[in-house]
Design a protein around this ligand. Structure first.
Ligand SMILES: [Zn+2]
Length: 91
């Protein structure tokens, strides 16, 4: 409900190797500007270009390794959040 707050979180997730703007544009158009997980469009949520295989695990910036995810799906799938940590915050 507060996109500005979420944006602050995503800043920390910036990949080390940035995706060239023309590649981002190509992937967005290929995916019709829709999240490939939940189908949200750019009007509904900020869209991110995500590595299917993370760079840390040997993935590349190749088009076949990139897809479009909304901010929520992109941040939600990460291993970074320890569930115990979130539970602590909810209680
Ligand atoms: Zn999504």
């Amino acid at each position: 409900m507060n996109p500005k707050f979420s944006d602050d979180c995503s800043v920390n997730k910036t990949p080390r190797i940035s995706i060239p703007p023309e590649v981002r544009q190509y992937v967005l158009e290929r995916d019709r500007h829709q999240c490939q997980s939940c189908g949200k469009t750019t009007q509904q949520s900020p869209l991110h270009i995500d590595h299917i295989i993370p760079l840390a695990k040997g993935g590349t910036n190749d088009l076949s390794n990139l897809h479009t995810l909304c901010q929520r799906c992109n941040l939600g799938k990460g291993d970074r959040l320890d569930p115990r940590f979130s539970r602590h915050y909810y209680s």
